[in-house]
Design a protein around this ligand. Structure first.
Ligand SMILES: C[S@@+](CC[C@H](N)C(=O)[O-])C[C@H]1O[C@@H](n2cnc3c(N)ncnc32)[C@H](O)[C@@H]1O
Length: 268
């Protein structure tokens, strides 16, 4: 069995931290277990040679496969519901007064449950308010396998039972006893793409709302700082940034105003 030596482990930790911001310092066993079958697949006999191959592969495919295996993509519909309540009761009514075009971004969307929850909320609001702005959602992640599940929008039936009955009917189709699918019209309004939050933001769009929840819990302090400043620069004035309930933006890292419950706003 191929073992992960200490130097090899530290090399992988450095590589992943530098490229993606994720801190795997305490995850030796996880790295070894999740990457071993990738070494087998590639026919590579040691972690040292594997990292050589990852660095040499200019197509980025090996690095992409590595990050597919190392990321934690846990998510579910209506996670941290108080954020969706705030969006429904405060953010969307404000947008209806001031905006015709509304840009939202789920950064670190994993398998898509978060951006579909947002899409359902936007759709409900548009049906109830003639002044609702045209809302567009961009959903991004570094894990291509998670993004592929998000694009497909097919989920286990047990997740269906947790959705409100009116959403089950309006926005989902039961495929069989094991799975359900998000309706096509809802999928069409979401642009999915592979985007690394550690890459320079000069080409990023500007957004009215950014959800970046439960992503930076896996980051070290320096990467958090970089990411927070990039997200802040990508907000339009008056726009909101929502992070996970277990995450805090240190005051010295941001000029965003704290609104409450991990919700921040860029001054107008
Ligand atoms: C635990 S999931 C959170 C999903 C969702 N936002 C939620 O709160 O339920 C974290 C996601 O962040 C993604 N991620 C981690 N580092 C990233 C980076 N540097 N750029 C983009 N996405 C990243 C992971 O691939 C993973 O899918």
């Amino acid at each position: 069995m191929i073992r992960l030596g200490t130097l090899e482990f530290l090399d992988i930790v450095d590589y992943v931290r530098e490229k993606y911001g994720i801190n795997l310092e305490k995850k030796k066993v996880l790295i070894e277990c999740r990457l071993r079958s990738e070494l087998d697949r590639c026919g590579i006999a040691s972690f040292k040679d594997y990292m050589k191959a990852v660095r040499a592969d200019k197509s980025g495919r090996l690095a992409g496969e590595m990050i597919n295996r190392l990321t934690t993509n846990y998510t579910y519909f209506m996670r941290e519901p108080r954020h969706f309540d705030f969006i429904r009761k405060t953010i969307l009514p404000q947008a209806a007064k001031n905006k015709t075009d509304y840009q939202a971004w789920c950064a670190g969307c994993a398998s898509g449950e978060e951006c579909y929850t947002l899409a359902m909320l936007f759709q409900d609001f548009a049906q109830e308010n003639s002044a609702a702005p045209a809302a567009h959602i961009t959903a991004t992640d570094i894990s291509e396998s998670a993004l592929e599940r998000a694009r497909q929008g097919i989920y286990p039936i047990k997740e269906f039972r947790n959705l409100p009955p009116q959403w089950q009917e309006k926005y989902c189709v039961v495929k069989d006893e094991k799975s359900f699918e998000i309706k096509k019209f809802l999928k069409k309004n979401i642009q999915f793409k592979n985007q690394n939050l550690m890459e320079p933001e000069n080409t990023w769009k500007k957004y009215d709302l950014i959800l970046c929840r439960n992503v930076m819990i896996y980051f070290d302090t320096a990467s958090k700082k970089t990411m927070i400043s990039r997200l802040e620069n990508s907000l339009r004035p008056g726009g909101y940034l929502i992070v996970g309930l277990a995450e805090v933006l240190p005051r010295e890292f941001t000029t965003l105003e704290f609104v409450g419950s991990a919700i921040y706003r860029k001054p107008e």
